[in-house]
Design a protein around this ligand. Sequence first.
Ligand code: SF4
Length: 72
Amino acid sequence: MRIVVDPDLCQGHGVCQDEAPAVFTVPKRGTVQITDPTPGDAQRHAVEAAIRYCPTRALSIADDESSAKGTD
Ligand code: SF4
């Protein structure tokens, strides 16, 4: 999976960092930085929670069809 962020929507609330600290870093001022833009399936649960709870819906997953299978 690949994570997509819309920087225009992100308001730096940091919810995503709370849910998936291995993937998202949110500075005190500013918007989210994705430390791991293509995390493995082990992170999927946390990433999905981050996406669900992001108050501005700035995050989404883009599943890359060609690499979605057999990457384990
Ligand atoms: S939870 Fe959403 S708005 Fe908050 S820092 Fe993460 S991406 Fe930005």
